[in-house]
Ligand binder design. Structure first.
Ligand code: NAP
Length: 281
């Protein structure tokens, strides 16, 4: 039976460390790390994420402001707010909650954020830095996965690491971080042939697809470490991952549950980035 990697507990531990680091930084400089979160429209899932981010900021002693803009907000207004926050000395991190309503151009607004305040690490400047392995801002979800592996004592160097999913937010930066940690990395996607054959080679399998219970026991090598990034809502409203937990847990050596695995780590890495931004400001 696999070890259950407890993302809630590991996340709480790291947040305590951030809180202590923040207190020391404030005592030394008088500067309060500040995060601004912009949300446009009334997507209920986004509203929950934004509330959680604000709460997390308060818990570690950061200053945080949420800008709730109406659904009909125009691109020019959104851009103007980002411009204002870019020059606001009390704000060190700016986050635009995605997805934006369809009439707004996400790329345009993400490019507008000062790369020094881009705590989501979505700006091409920061993405490029992640690519070359020399970065200040962590890609939040993949960095959360790395922290889970590290704090569980999972060795990455020389291991076969398979990532399913190649999104800019999860799959691609995940592959980069594993590669920088000397894993031998394979990235799979919807056009991959013989997927199960490849995933069965994995010592570490990271799944970020967005399909409930997609990875079953026959796709997993006995003893593998399985990290489930997926967050899917079942018809009954319950949250579930991309891995069929019930069938995979008995054969894996370690596995993240959903909820309570990768999820809590993403906000924790956002907090880390905000503190880094304040320190560099
Ligand atoms: P995404 O942008 O939709 O990307 C999904 C990826 O999965 C794509 O690369 C796609 O391949 C691949 N894929 C889809 N069906 C596949 C199949 N049948 N076989 C192999 N690959 C397949 O999603 P995302 O933003 O990366 O998110 C992935 C999941 O992680 C979602 O459930 C999301 O909610 C969750 N997530 C969780 C957190 C967290 O904090 N825990 C953060 C972000 C995302 P193609 O490129 O070929 O289309």
């Amino acid at each position: 039976m696999a070890i259950r990697i407890d993302g809630k507990a590991i996340s709480a531990q790291i947040r305590e460390e951030i809180k202590a680091e923040c207190a020391a930084f404030v005592a030394e400089t008088g500067i309060l790390p500040g995060l601004a979160v912009i949300i446009v429209g009334e997507n209920p899932a986004s509203q929950v994420y934004v509330r959680n981010k604000k709460k997390a900021c308060e818990e570690v002693g950061f200053h945080s402001v949420v800008y709730e803009l109406p659904e009909g907000t125009e691109q020019g207004e959104l851009n103007a707010l980002v411009d204002r926050l870019n020059t606001d000395p009390t704000i060190h991190g700016i986050l635009v909650q995605l997805p934006l309503p369809k009439h707004l151009d996400e790329t345009e607004v993400l490019l507008r954020i000062d790369p020094n305040k881009d705590v989501d690490a979505f700006h091409p400047y920061n993405v490029g830095n992640i690519m070359i392995g020399d970065y200040r801002f962590l890609p939040c979800t993949p960095a959360g996965v790395m922290a889970l592996l590290e704090r569980t004592g999972v060795e990455i160097a020389g291991k076969n690491c398979v990532v399913i999913g190649r999104s800019n937010i999860v799959g691609k930066p995940m592959a980069m971080l594993l590669l920088h940690a000397n894993g031998t990395v394979t990235v799979c996607h919807s056009r991959t042939k013989n997927l199960a054959e490849i995933t069965r080679q994995a010592d570490i399998l990271v799944v970020a697809i967005g399909r409930a219970d997609f990875v079953t026991a026959d796709m997993v090598k006995p003893g593998a470490v399985v990290i489930d990034v997926g967050m899917n809502r079942r018809a009954d409203g319950k949250l579930t991952g991309d891995v069929d937990f019930a069938s995979v847990e008995p054969i894996a050596s370690a596995i993240t549950p959903v909820p309570g695995g990768v999820g809590p780590m993403t906000i924790t890495m956002l907090l880390k980035n905000t503190l880094t931004a304040a320190k560099k400001a």
